[in-house]
Design a protein. Structure first.
Length: 394
């Protein structure tokens, strides 16, 4: 007889301040560029917008939980172990004995000469997520004791549009969470537009969900695709209810627009990009951490930019952040010193730092090694993938 759904392992520590709800998947990364048929080996990793945000929030000192469903399989166990190792409470994750953990494979273009090679600087994600455990998320989650306890105590609830596209039950869960308004809880919602997920579903459900949030995060390019405009003022008018609408204009500037018409814009940092995956999630986590800390709007935007810049200089989905004194110095930097700051895989150089330079650190110390492939000196933004990346259309 199959066992019943069981929650993930509990984690000791303070009750979570933030809770992120949504799907994560196992990821298979190729050992070389070129089409999938030419790849000999893959390296396993994990990825997902909401768990990425949860991991970066935890790295920024915000006690955070991630709520989802995974399969009773090796991929699910790997997901739970890695997200938990980032300091995230996974006690609200259910292990589903009947449905598998979602999976995607990354294809990286190169200069192999193969006729199916995507070409240098391009990548494509191949998803295997239909019928996954996460697609079975539903309003029944609200009656689960572990998840209900996490949600009841959270000051921040973070959601995304990816969940709405997974299934009717997932959409119903988002509607139930957005309807369950609590005076002490801020609800943030990231559009995270994924056209492929909406091919067999009606994206007309999205505007109502977005407008029900307290804090709305929109990538300008994604908003253009989904709603026909990337102009911050027009998007603010389109979504009048959230207290704040944040429009992330790729590698240039991010603008936060309040309900009263106040707008604050902050330019992105300059960065040598290694890989763009996860930068949007890191921006969201930095901005949300700044919000929970009570930073002013400029400080929130800067902390978001810093998270995105660090994600852009790392392989994989998770940002590696500098030490707290370095973060504090950059948040307090003058506009000129902020504009002169540069982030690379080797560290951060800025006239705002006492020594002029600081490493990007990991739990084991400074990050070392040389990133694979050419790097380009483009400014950092919050985009999760370069504009030419065909994964945006998948």
């Amino acid at each position: 007889m199959p066992r019943q759904d069981t929650p993930g392992p509990t984690r000791p520590g303070p009750p979570p301040t933030a809770v992120c709800v949504g799907e994560s998947m196992a990821v298979l990364l190729p050992d070389r560029p070129g089409p999938l048929e030419a790849v000999e080996n893959f390296r396993m990793s994990v990825g997902g917008a909401e768990s990425n945000v949860a991991g970066t929030l935890a790295a920024l000192g915000v006690p955070t939980a991630w709520i989802s469903r995974v399969g009773d399989d090796g991929f699910g166990r790997r997901l739970l172990a890695e997200v938990s190792a980032r300091g995230v409470d996974v006690s609200g994750v259910t292990v589903d004995p009947h449905r598998p953990t979602g999976l995607y494979l990354k294809e990286v273009g190169g200069a192999t000469g193969h006729r199916h090679d995507l070409g240098p600087g391009r990548s494509r994600l191949h998803y295997h997520r239909r019928g996954s455990a996460a697609a079975a998320l539903s309003p029944a989650l609200l009656a689960d004791p572990a998840a209900a306890a996490l949600l009841a105590g959270a000051r921040l609830l973070h959601l995304s549009g990816i969940t709405a596209a997974l299934s009717d039950d997932c959409l119903a869960l988002l509607r139930a969470l957005l309807a369950d308004r609590r005076p002490h809880r801020l609800v943030s919602f990231d559009l995270n537009w994924r056209p492929t997920l909406w091919r067999d579903r009606d994206p007309a459900v999205l505007p109502q969900l977005l407008d029900a949030a307290d804090l709305l995060l929109l990538g300008a390019d994604e908003a253009q695709d989904a709603f026909g405009t990337d102009e911050p003022a027009a998007l603010r008018r389109r979504f009048p209810s959230p207290a704040t609408v944040v429009v992330k204009d790729a590698a240039r500037v991010v603008t936060a627009l309040e309900r009263d018409g106040t707008a604050v814009a902050e330019p992105a940092l300059a960065v040598e990009v290694v890989e763009a995956t996860g930068a949007g999630d890191a921006f969201a986590a930095g901005y949300l951490a700044g919000t929970l800390r009570g930073l002013d709007q400029r400080g929130r935007l800067r902390l978001g930019h810093l998270g995105a810049a660090c994600a852009l200089t790392a392989h994989g989905d998770q940002a590696e952040l500098p030490s707290a004194p370095v973060v504090a110095a950059l948040l307090d930097a003058s506009p000129a010193d902020w504009a002169a700051t540069r982030v690379t895989a080797e560290g951060i150089t800025s006239p705002a730092l006492p020594s002029g330079r600081a490493p990007v650190t990991t739990p084991a110390g400074p990050r070392t090694g040389t990133p694979a492939g050419p790097r380009t000196g483009t400014p950092a933004g919050s985009r999760t993938r370069p504009p030419a990346d065909p994964a945006r259309a998948r």
